[in-house]
Write a protein that binds this ligand. Sequence first.
Ligand SMILES: Cc1cc2nc3c(=O)[nH]c(=O)nc-3n(C[C@H](O)[C@H](O)[C@H](O)COP(=O)(O)OP(=O)(O)OC[C@H]3O[C@@H](n4cnc5c(N)ncnc54)[C@H](O)[C@@H]3O)c2cc1C
Length: 462
Amino acid sequence: MKISSKGSTMERRDALKVMGISGAALLAGGGTSASAKTKLSTFASKKKADIVIVGGGTAGMTVAARLRRSAPNAKITLIAPNETHLYQSGQVYVAAGLFSEFDNKRPTSELLPDNVTWVKDKVTAFDPDKNRVQTAKHNTVPYDYLVVALGCEYDYNAVEGLDVSDIGKHGIASVHLNDIEKGTSTGAIVSRLWLKAIRRKAQRSEVKVLFSDPQTPVKGEGASLSMLFLANDMLKGNGLKIKGKDLQHKVKFTLTKAGKVLFPSAKIDAALKRTMKKTDNVSVSYGYILKRIDKEKKVAVYANGDEEVNVSYDYLHITPPMKAPQVVRDSKLSIKDGLHKGWLDVDEKTLRHPKYRNVFGLGDVVGLSSGKSGGAVREQAIVLQDNIAAIMEGKVEPMSYEGYSVSPIKTRYGRVMLAEYTPKGLAPMFPLDPTTPRWIWWEMDLHLMRRAYFDLMMRGML
Ligand SMILES: Cc1cc2nc3c(=O)[nH]c(=O)nc-3n(C[C@H](O)[C@H](O)[C@H](O)COP(=O)(O)OP(=O)(O)OC[C@H]3O[C@@H](n4cnc5c(N)ncnc54)[C@H](O)[C@@H]3O)c2cc1C
């Protein structure tokens, strides 16, 4: 097998070598960091302090493990309700028929770092003037330093006529749908059945499939694109172990985007548009904001400028509008106006609250222009590991987050475009052009990343 790389070709064994090196570097945490000046933690504080982390997802667990090292004498408490931890990045592979839902789960108790106290509860209010949080069952919990890592909420109801209970019915799927508190990802399972249903229908008739992306920031930015590309590839008989003739010509895909781009990074956007042009059956409508759906008639109604546009479909994939959890939106810690209204207010470089200086945030909950991803969390956690320890020592924050995020976009079964970027442009960790979909990234994403996530990132080692 030949693999093309920057105009040259690589034999499979060379590619494996590259993957070996990159995989090892990745697993050892030795890749260059887009934000951190070094990955070796230089700051540690022996001071005593109460550090409270709220949220036990990707961000909360990672930062707990890292702070455990940089603040060895601090009392660290993690408040989160979920007994099961879900690897959300694996949901697309569940839909694609390559993972089971079970593979993406671990008990929170297994991942919890040593000497971190877990309060299994929900935060119901923030009281930053009194340095404490209110919980549902454990009264108030005081802190010297607070790290907010509460993720984000789906807002399916923002689309008139749509309810979360409609996912999996009426031809509607949404790979994003999960319940972080319960550790379930119904949307991934539903999406697998949905893909099969599209293929079955295409055997009998023409099919219209609509993908709708919202105008809000979203986590896992490439997930709907991955679903679209995989759905189209599946029609050729790839993936999902479906044999049979090529049915691509029977299915028309329409993707609607609220903005003017497919992806926030210009070079990735251009590369994706080139990839799309290679297929005749995919079109994109820009400036479309989904207002309501008529589930019975299978019509989606959009605002497009001043006009209302009806789009009929047989199958609909929804990326839900997303917002900060209500407890954040209602608190003094949220941004009160503008583009990021409702999300957690933090400085884009230091991830520190501008007013409440002992409050920090990371992960999906922060109101920044950078992408929301597990990759972003990894960089942000490195920054907070050192900065909080430095602040405990009365020093200036040494580390700065440069807005890195990553999205492994599955352009077909066996190919991933590893879109690594910051608001300034591409930010590849490996010396390969990130705009080229590659087999090597597919292999890494499918076979290495989940293990690296549970065994290394959750331990603050990646
Ligand atoms: C379909 C899909 C595909 C994705 N693909 C990728 C990918 O390929 N690569 C990638 O890097 N990222 C991907 N992501 C994004 C990634 O999963 C998230 O960005 C990441 O999990 C964010 O971590 P977080 O800790 O901020 O939020 P979460 O992991 O969602 O955790 C939030 C935590 O807050 C807790 N919580 C919520 N409310 C409260 C409360 N009131 N009190 C206490 N605790 C509370 C929850 O129980 C949970 O523990 C994908 C996401 C989805 C949905």
